[in-house]
Design a protein around this ligand. Structure first.
Ligand code: LMR
Length: 395
């Protein structure tokens, strides 16, 4: 049965964590996976999550199945978090299912597209999250790319993006990062979002919005601006969201796949197919993380606490972006890295070559994804000198 199997290549992001854990250098720095870390290099359980967990232990009355959509109350609250008070909610055109993390949401979205149009093409930004292509192809989709990042100028290649989007055949899907673009940290501004949304309506491609870092860029509302603008402009879209980062619920695996239908009836049909996709995949989503988010978002006090904790994470990352730029200069690096301070969310490309990335790993135990993507959340005032001195040496 298994004799034909070959070892797959190591995952470019998760494979790095394995190497990092095995490294005995006390100065080692993990700039790999997008996991928030505090100044001490620790990924804390948020205090509001701890309170919600205590509440759940004391009050959970049953472990009976919740159904393929998961908790209706969680789904409603997540739709509100993403869409705010957008009219599509009042028009009853939004349907949400809880999923095992944001990756689960992407897989459900991909299978939904594939049910509607087998082998359909989804366009992803070049570059994009290292797992997007794999998830979409595994669901049967064809994946193509549109230009996004200008590596030479460390900026957005917006003209290239627009030219490519204009050529997309009607009925294809286009994946867009709602905020905190992973891996480049370059986001669209409001005017650019409007242009992309207008193109989606006029060209007729279906937008799939991936919002995995809401609250890590400029704040919960600003980070959802482009997504909401898209919902103003097009009749139907898919939204894949995650509670891994903003609620720190990484291993509890909770996210959501939401669709906006053209009408109430259309939304009902899409939702029914989505539920069937879930049923034949994993039947029902895990409930724990959803229950915690539901508890937090049901209490004004816990919501306020969550906002404050989220702000603390966001502010620390922004401060680390500034500090990295300053310390590189201080350590004699003449190359311009100021773009890092202008980017958003957890990630930026250092823009160094493969050999330099390998030297950082082999000689200094600094772990950077092979594309030169760094997770800024891995920086701290305690490791910034070692990091910037090491970068100065390999440069
Ligand atoms: C990342 O991009 O590092 C995170 O989304 C973690 C992952 O699953 O790859």
């Amino acid at each position: 049965m298994f004799s034909q199997l070959q070892h797959p290549p190591a995952d470019p992001i998760l494979g790095l964590s394995v190497k990092f854990k095995a490294d005995s250098n006390p100065n080692k720095i993990d700039l790999g996976p997008g996991i928030y870390k505090d100044e001490a290099g620790h990924t804390p359980v948020l205090a509001c999550v701890k309170i919600a967990e205590d509440f759940r232990v004391k009050n959970e009355a049953s472990k009976a199945y919740l159904g393929s959509a998961g908790s209706a109350s969680f789904n409603e609250k997540i739709a509100q978090l993403i869409l705010g008070d957008h009219r599509v909610i009042a028009e009853n055109r939004v349907r949400t299912v809880s999923t095992p993390g944001g990756t689960g949401a992407l897989r459900i979205a991909a299978e939904l597209i594939n049910r509607s149009k087998p082998g359909a093409t989804i366009w992803v930004s070049d570059p994009t999250w290292a797992n997007h292509q794999g998830v979409f192809k595994a669901a049967g989709l064809t994946v193509k790319t549109y230009p996004y990042y200008d590596y030479a100028n460390k900026s957005l290649n917006f003209d290239g993006m627009i030219e490519a989007l204009k050529q997309i055949p009607k009925g294809d899907a286009v994946l867009l990062h709602a905020c905190c673009h992973n891996p480049s940290g370059m986001d669209l501004n409001p005017e650019q979002w409007q242009q992309v949304a207008d193109l989606s309506r006029d060209v007729g491609f279906t937008p799939v919005l991936d919002i995995a870092y809401q609250g890590f860029g400029q704040g919960l509302e600003v980070d959802a601006f482009g997504l909401r603008l898209m919902a103003d402009t097009v009749e139907q879209m898919i939204i894949c969201s995650s509670c891994s980062k903003n609620f720190g619920l990484y291993r509890d695996r909770i996210g959501a796949c939401s669709i906006i239908g053209k009408s109430v009836i259309a939304a009902d049909i899409i939702a029914a197919v989505m539920l069937n996709v879930v049923r034949v995949n994993y039947s029902m989503p895990p409930a724990h993380g959803a229950a915690l988010v539901e508890t937090i978002l049901s209490s004004q006090e816990l919501t306020n606490q969550w906002h404050a904790e989220l702000k603390e994470m966001r502010d620390r990352i922004a401060a680390m972006r500034q500090l990295l730029v300053e310390k590189l200069l201080e350590n004699g690096v003449t190359r311009d890295f100021s773009f890092i301070a202008r980017q958003n969310g957890m990630f930026s490309f250092l823009g160094i070559d493969t050999e330099q990335i390998q030297r950082l790993q082999d000689e200094y135990s600094i772990y950077v994804v092979g594309s030169s993507r760094i997770s800024v959340a891995g920086l701290a005032t305690s490791n910034i000198d070692y990091l910037t001195q090491s970068i100065a040496k390999v440069l």
